[in-house]
Design a binder for this molecule. Structure first.
Ligand code: FAD
Length: 311
C-alpha cells in the first residue's frame, strides 16, 4: 500500500485531522503540515490508531508538548500522534526505601507534576521548575539542568513497542540515559513512575520558587523557542557562554534570532521558518568551531521531511 492510500484508509476509519500545521503543536511555532494528526484520549484509542497505521504502513511520529521540537517547513509525512490528551489523575503510593512513587500518564504536563509534588511536600523535582512539556517528553529528553536530569528520579516506565505494539513495564535498571536523551528507539512512553522523598512542604516550595525565578530571570521564557538549542560540550563548558563569547548574541536570520537574554536560545521573533533557524544554527556552529575548535551538537530534536510533500 502506498503512503497516500494508507493515509486515506486511516482518515476514513478514525477521527483524525489532515494537513495540520505543526506550528500549532510546537513551542517554536514553526513547522509545516502533518499529513494526519491524532490526539488519542486513552490507551485503547492510541493502540487502535497505531495498529491501523502499522497495517497501512503509515509512518508514525510521536509528539508530546512540542517544546523540544523543530519541525521542517515541509511538515511530517504520515501520522503524528500527540500525547497531550493521554493524561489522567496523578497518583501516589508508598514505594521502597521510604520513597513515594508518583504515577502519571505520558501526556501529563511536567509542570502539573511539579505542582503536585509541591502541594504534597515531596522533594526531588525542584530542579524541573519552569521546564515545559509532558512527562513522556521529559523522560525521553532526560530533561533537567546542567547538573541533573530527571533520569535519577525514575522508578519505572510503561512503554509501547511501536513495531509489535506490545506494552511492558521497564525499571530504571533496564534503561540507558545519556545527556538529554533516553536511549530507546521506536517506543512510545505510556506512563511514568517517579520515586520521590517526603520533605518539608515549605522548603520544597521555597526551593521550587527560587529555581523558577532564576529560570525566568535568565532565560527568554516569553518568546517561542525550543529551550537550549545546543548541548553543553561537557559539564564544565556551557554552549551559551561559547556562543556569547563568540559575539553572536542578537545574530539573526529572518525572524530567527540568538536571544539577548541567553545565547543558547534561538527565539522566533515573528514568523521564523525552520530553514532560517537551521541556517542560523549552522552559522553559530561554524563561528564557535572556527574560534574554539568545538563543534556544538543540537539538543533540539529536528524532525520532518526536507523534500516537497509529494516526493
Ligand atoms: C522555554 C523553554 C525552556 C526549556 N527549559 C528546559 C530546561 O531547563 N531543561 C531541559 O532539559 N529542557 C528544557 N526545555 C526543552 C523541553 O522543555 C524538554 O526537552 C521537555 O522535556 C520536552 O518535553 P515535550 O513533551 O515537549 O517533548 P517534545 O518536544 O514533544 O518531544 C521531544 C522528543 O521526545 C519524544 N517524545 C515525546 N513524548 C514521547 C513519548 N510519550 N514517548 C516517546 N517519545 C516521546 C519526541 O518524539 C521527541 O523526539 C525547554 C523548552 C522551552 C521551550
Amino acid at each position: 500500500m502506498n503512503l497516500q492510500s494508507g493515509i486515506q484508509k486511516i482518515k476514513k476509519a478514525f477521527q483524525v485531522s489532515a494537513d495540520v500545521p505543526m506550528k500549532q503543536y510546537t513551542r517554536f511555532k514553526v513547522g509545516g503540515p502533518a499529513d494526519l494528526l491524532a490526539l488519542p484520549e486513552n490507551r485503547q484509542e492510541l493502540l487502535a490508531i497505531l495498529a491501523a497505521a502499522k497495517n497501512a504502513s503509515v509512518p508514525v511520529t510521536v509528539v508530546g508538548g512540542g517544546s523540544n521540537l523543530l519541525v521542517s517547513d515541509q511538515g511530517i509525512r504520515g501520522l503524528v500522534v500527540v500525547t497531550t490528551h493521554l493524561a489522567s489523575e496523578i497518583r501516589s503510593e508508598k514505594g521502597p526505601d521510604s520513597t513515594i512513587l508518583v504515577c502519571t500518564d505520558a501526556g501529563e504536563r511536567l509542570s502539573a507534576v511539579c505542582r503536585y509534588t509541591v502541594a504534597h511536600g515531596l522533594t526531588g523535582l525542584e530542579f524541573c521548575a519552569g521546564i515545559p512539556g509532558t512527562m513522556g517528553g521529559a523522560v525521553m529528553m532526560n530533561a533537567g539542568t546542567a547538573s541533573q536530569g530527571i533520569c535519577k528520579k525514575i522508578h519505572c516506565l510503561d512503554i509501547l513497542d511501536l513495531d509489535t505494539l506490545a506494552v511492558k513495564t521497564v525499571t530504571k535498571q533496564d534503561l540507558v540515559f545519556t545527556y538529554r536523551r533516553l536511549e530507546l528507539t521506536n517506543h512510545l512512553i505510556l506512563g511514568t513512575v517517579l520515586a520521590l522523598i517526603p520533605g518539608d512542604p515549605e522548603t520544597v516550595k521555597k526551593s521550587f520558587d527560587i529555581n523558577m525565578k532564576h529560570k525566568q530571570n535568565t532565560q527568554p521564557m516569553n518568546l517561542p523557542s525550543a529551550g537550549c538549542f545546543f548541548k553543553n560540550p561537557d559539564p564544565e563548558s556551557s554552549a551559551g557562554k561559547l556562543i556569547q563569547d563568540a559575539g553572536l548574541k542578537g545574530a539573526f536570520c529572518g525572524d530567527a534570532r540568538v536571544s539577548e537574554i541567553h545565547a543558547n536560545y534561538i527565539v522566533n521573533c515573528g514568523s521564523a521558518t525552520c530553514q532560517e533557524i537551521l541556517a542560523l544554527a549552522t552559522r553559530i556552529q561554524k563561528t564557535v568551531f572556527d574560534r574554539y575548535g568545538i563543534m556544538l551538537e543540537t539538543e533540539v530534536q529536528v524532525t520532518g521531511n526536507r523534500g516537497e510533500k509529494n516526493e
